[in-house]
Design a protein around this ligand. Structure first.
Ligand code: F6R
Ligand code: MG
Ligand code: MG
Length: 379
């Protein structure tokens, strides 16, 4: 069967600041998807991570299907009504347009989709991250799909011997999708040269070079490019097919044990360690820390199994401790140097106005007269 997995996520309001959606909002979104999705999608799962609600849908209608996108859009609209009625903070904040235009792309919600011929056993992972940006997946994807130190399958499994191709998007280019396709392992240094810049170059898709099949899809939305102003971080979702001709679940999640530093904590402006957490975890410290959850499913003829909450395992307690330690260490440094994102990424306008005013107060010193060399005198 040709199956499509579509995950669409949005922040439509949260309790107590930007912490997590209320139970009533999540319930309203879930109800809407269940009721209105009848006969349209084959299965669905609704969860939250931090203040973002993710709607995962499996169906047979292909990527970018207007009715599937509309289902999620309308579910978020219904949830927003509840969020407004409850007075939640930032109610409807990611729904940037009033009218639905056939696809949620460009309207605010983030979307990732994979369309494929279902294998007899089709395991996949859903990642949802909060208080961070799509480029946060760059390093884990590089390590899982191009580095045998993290993915021994690259050298051990004949099914992966040819490596993977990376489609990388320049997310600063707003006039259209500007992408490049690079092959691992031959183009490894070129891939690394792009992926180091997590604000600009983002892995959008990964394909198996052995079978040509897609295995990774990442949402690449840049909210401030859509809205023209700061409206929150881009909190990315990702789908990854795993096992057999793709890396094993263990190989895909292994790089998250690094708890690498990412951008997007408090006011979208700070760099902290990405903490792997169970699904349905709120944020807490410093409006963060930046979080990522991972649910593992199998899909069969479009039906989803119950998920395994991967980062709920006790192993990840150690990593959470490490992430908290790394975050606290960085936070000790306040606003200086690598603790805060660079000027272009500071999406709150305050600092721009401040610097503009200060600019007028700068003076350029008149060049000081240089001391003239004295003629030598003989004693
Ligand atoms: C939201 C986020 C938060 C907010 C901060 C201020 O995703 O990252 O850190 O930026 O709480 O929010 P406002 O400006 O809405 O008061
Ligand atoms: Mg938010
Ligand atoms: Mg969020």
């Amino acid at each position: 069967m040709r199956t499509t997995l579509t995950v669409i996520k949005a922040d439509i309001g949260a309790v107590g600041g930007h912490l997590r959606p209320s139970e009533a909002v999540v319930e309203r979104v879930r109800e809407h998807v269940e009721r209105e999705g009848e006969g349209l999608v084959l299965d669905a799962h609704v969860s939250y991570t931090g203040d973002d609600i993710a709607i995962l849908m499996s169906h047979a209608r292909g990527a970018g299907d207007p009715d599937v996108h509309r289902l999620a859009w309308e579910a978020f609209r219904a949830g927003t009504e509840v969020a407004k009625a409850q007075g939640l903070y930032g109610a409807g904040q990611d729904l940037l347009r009033d009218a639905f235009a056939g696809n949620v792309r460009g309207l605010g919600p983030a979307v990732a989709e994979l369309e494929f011929d279902e294998r007899p056993n089709e395991p996949f992972l859903l990642f949802v991250a909060d208080k961070t940006e799509p480029g946060s997946y760059n390093l884990p994807l590089y390590l899982a799909f191009a580095d045998p130190m993290h993915c021994p399958g690259l050298m051990l499994s004949p099914n992966m011997a040819k490596g993977f191709s990376f489609v990388i998007m320049d997310v600063n280019h707003t006039e259209g999708d500007r992408v490049v396709e690079l092959n691992a392992p031959e183009d490894l240094y070129d891939i690394a040269a792009l992926l180091r810049d997590t604000h600009r170059f983002v892995v959008e898709k990964i394909y198996s070079r052995t079978t040509g099949e897609p295995c990774v899809a990442v949402s690449t939305t840049r909210l401030h490019n859509i809205a023209g102003k700061y409206v929150g971080k881009d909190d990315p979702v990702m789908l990854v097919r795993v096992q057999s001709q793709f890396p094993a679940t263990g190989e895909v999640i292994a790089p998250f044990a690094l708890a690498h530093y990412v951008s997007g904590d408090l006011r979208g402006s700070h760099n902290v360690a990405l903490m792997p957490v169970p699904s349905n975890t709120p944020v807490a410290y410093f409006d963060g820390p930046s979080l990522v959850s991972c649910l593992a499913f199998c899909v069969h003829e479009g039906k989803l199994t119950e998920p395994v909450d991967v980062f709920a395992h006790p192993f990840w307690d150690t990593i959470r401790q490490k992430a908290a330690d790394k975050t606290l260490e960085m936070r000790r440094q306040g606003f200086v140097g690598p603790a805060m994102v660079g000027f272009e990424e500071l999406e709150y306008g305050g600092i721009t106005e401040r610097l503009k005013k200060l600019d007028e107060r700068f003076v350029v010193r008149e060049p000081q007269p240089q001391p003239q060399p004295q003629p030598e005198t003989t004693p």
